[in-house]
Design a protein around this ligand. Structure first.
Ligand SMILES: C[S@@+](CC[C@H](N)C(=O)[O-])C[C@H]1O[C@@H](n2cnc3c(N)ncnc32)[C@H](O)[C@@H]1O
Length: 332
């Protein structure tokens, strides 16, 4: 149970298990208004039992290479020539099948720098992965890959940090805005689903409203990632973020849609207590895989070897992942 005094003097109580919320003039009133019947879990043990019963993965972030043709200054991904081999990908794709993986997000580095990306995708499809998406900087997309994206209904998320060459170049590099727009035109013409994702920094947030207008004007799906794992200087300040939320509200977004649009991992850290409200599924329903086959709970842990759960190439990988689910439920 989380209890807070609001700025209007009322008390708000939130049940971290059921996610119910109540407001009252008194602390007791707020707490007693929360209905016990609505609870999803009645005790922490119920909740842990539930975690143990999960035997599938909703989403895997599959870093097939750390190579990248760009060098965005805020990037959390290691920059090296590491890549998954076709042979190891076969082993990993089989493990995905065993783990009942629902969808694979191919990322990196720049996945399109991998010389055998098509083989990797084909192997995933052969192993029953129906939902595949690719995160790309959109600057080196070729026709062969476009055909594959169309054939398997692969969704593409293209990173773009500005709405023009001038606003995009400072982080993504000179000339890349035009390349991305060519990719957008191509994907549009062949009916591949795509969206544009803008990584918000203290510098480019000043142009975020124009980015919204740009995408809205062209009917393009878009979202923002608030930059993470960087120093304070690169992080957008609170006022600028509120300015963007305000703008989105004015053009018709509701609260939930705003948080879907402006993704900020910190919003999961609503409070230190109350597991279900804070947990994002890391290590339980989602995993991140490195080009060496190491499995991590989350993308943000890629630089921390002590977070490795197991190596997917190892025989006992599935057993270790299942053990980790229990640990994850305890530490979150
Ligand atoms: C690391 S890239 C890898 C895939 C591909 N190269 C791309 O550009 O989309 C995946 C996404 O993470 C975003 N990203 C990189 N570093 C970030 C950070 N420190 N905080 C938040 N998002 C970041 C990128 O802008 C990109 O949208």
């Amino acid at each position: 149970m989380i209890l807070r005094k609001r700025t209007d003097g009322k008390y708000a109580a939130m049940d971290s298990f059921s996610r119910t919320y109540a407001v009252s003039d008194t602390e007791d009133g707020a707490m007693s208004s929360l209905s016990d019947n609505d609870r999803l879990f009645h005790s922490y043990d119920d909740y842990v039992d539930y975690i143990w019963s999960i035997n599938f993965f909703q989403e895997i972030y599959y870093n097939i290479t750390y190579r990248c043709n760009l060098s965005c200054p805020y990037c959390y991904a290691p920059n090296s020539h590491a890549y998954i081999s076709v042979e190891n990908n076969k082993i990993i794709a089989k493990k995905f099948l065993e783990l009942q993986v629902g969808s694979v997000v191919i990322t990196g580095g720049e996945p399109l720098c991998h010389p055998y990306l098509s083989d990797i995708i084909n192997e995933l499809i052969t192993n029953g992965i129906e939902n595949i998406s690719i995160l790309t900087n959109g600057t080196i997309v070729n026709d062969e890959l476009c055909d594959l994206m169309r054939k398997y209904s692969i969704e593409v998320q293209i990173s773009l940090d500005g709405y023009s060459e001038e606003t995009n170049a400072p982080t993504s590099g000179i000339g890349n805005f035009t390349k991305v727009m060519k990719t957008v035109t191509k994907l549009e013409s062949i009916g591949v689903k795509y969206s544009l994702v803008n990584t918000l920094t203290s510098e480019n947030i000043a142009f975020s409203r124009q980015f919204v207008d740009f995408c809205e004007g062209k009917g393009i799906d878009y979202a923002f990632f608030v930059v993470k794992k960087v120093g304070d200087k690169l992080r957008p300040d609170k006022e600028s973020l509120i300015g963007l939320y305000d703008y989105l509200t004015r053009i018709g977004y509701n609260v939930v849609d705003i948080f879907n649009c402006v993704k900020m991992s910190e919003q999961m850290m609503f409070d230190k207590v109350g597991f279900p409200i804070t947990h994002c599924g890391a290590g339980i329903t989602s995993l991140t895989i490195s080009p060496a086959g190491d499995a991590y709970p989350c993308l943000k842990m890629l630089d921390n070897p002590s977070s490795i759960i197991c190596n997917l190439l190892a025989e006992d990988a599935i057993q270790k992942i299942n053990e980790q689910r229990k640990i994850q439920s305890d530490i979150n």
